[in-house]
Design a protein around this ligand. Structure first.
Ligand SMILES: C[S@@+](CC[C@H](N)C(=O)[O-])C[C@H]1O[C@@H](n2cnc3c(N)ncnc32)[C@H](O)[C@@H]1O
Length: 238
């Protein structure tokens, strides 16, 4: 069910996440851990509509870097190209050999992608990430875990938006965004249903770190709990 058609529909409202504070904090955590510097070539694997690059450009406009967004849903990439002038995107499938030479990237980031892909394919994907990463390069990977609750993210979002904007501004923003926000949480519930009862599985605790090690990565960090306790982030090196 988490096929291109699903993502196509989801992408029609996906970018409302850019005002969802917990999601923005998650992107900030990835950017911080990536320690990005001038000249870095970065792969955003499963880039969706390009929110990582959008946030990075906003946070660090001074950096001269090259981000390549890879995604197998053309609709996501179309939105990406509209949002980011001169975007460098590739339509490709992560479950196949990646269209890059060995040791090409300084950094690889992948946010909430692997959990949407069947368990048995995840290690092969990490091995491909290892192949295309430069020696000494870094991977930052985050995925939602078993027991994921979109509701917890929703409640945290409301608390933080009120703190940031005050009640009045929050309510006017919330009413404007009500329908897309509700759709986001509806699609999240479909993902959860698919992960609980369908062919897909959220990341098990420790799975990410174990698979990174098996794929050949070293200096693998402890599991870092992010996204209101709903996701695990690991950092590792080649
Ligand atoms: C939950 S979205 C996350 C998007 C983005 N990384 C973000 O942080 O907003 C999962 C993304 O993984 C992509 N994806 C899933 N399976 C894929 C595959 N086999 N190859 C490439 N992209 C894939 C989906 O199309 C979707 O854009």
């Amino acid at each position: 069910m988490l096929d291109n058609n699903f993502w196509k529909k989801y992408f029609q409202v996906y970018d409302v996440l850019n005002i969802v504070i917990p999601y923005q904090e998650l992107l900030d955590a990835i950017i911080k851990e990536a320690e990005i510097k001038d000249g870095d070539v970065i792969l955003d694997a499963g880039c969706g509509t390009g929110n990582f690059e959008l946030r990075l450009k906003k946070d660090k406009p001074e950096l001269k870097i090259k981000v390549i967004g890879l995604e197998n849903c053309v609709d996501g990439l179309e939105i990406y190209k509209k949002k980011i002038k001169g975007a460098n995107v590739r339509l490709a499938d992560l479950t196949e050999k990646l269209p890059f030479e060995n040791n090409y990237f300084d950094k690889i980031i992948s946010n909430n992608v692997l959990f949407t892909i069947a368990h048995e394919k995840r290690l092969d994907i990490l091995e491909e990430f290892h192949r295309v990463l430069k020696p000494g390069g870094k991977i930052i990977i985050s995925n939602v875990i078993c027991g994921f609750s979109a509701f917890k993210v929703f409640v945290d979002m409301i608390k933080k938006e009120i703190d940031k904007f005050g009640y009045l501004q929050f309510f006017s923003l919330f009413f404007k965004m009500f329908v897309p926000v509700m759709k986001i949480f509806y699609y999240s519930s479909l993902i959860k249903k698919e992960c609980d009862f369908g062919d897909f599985r959220f990341m098990d605790e420790g799975e990410q770190a174990r698979k990174l090690e098996k794929a050949g990565f070293k200096n693998i960090s402890e599991d870092k709990i992010v996204y209101v306790g709903q996701a695990i982030l690991n950092i590792a090196e080649k």
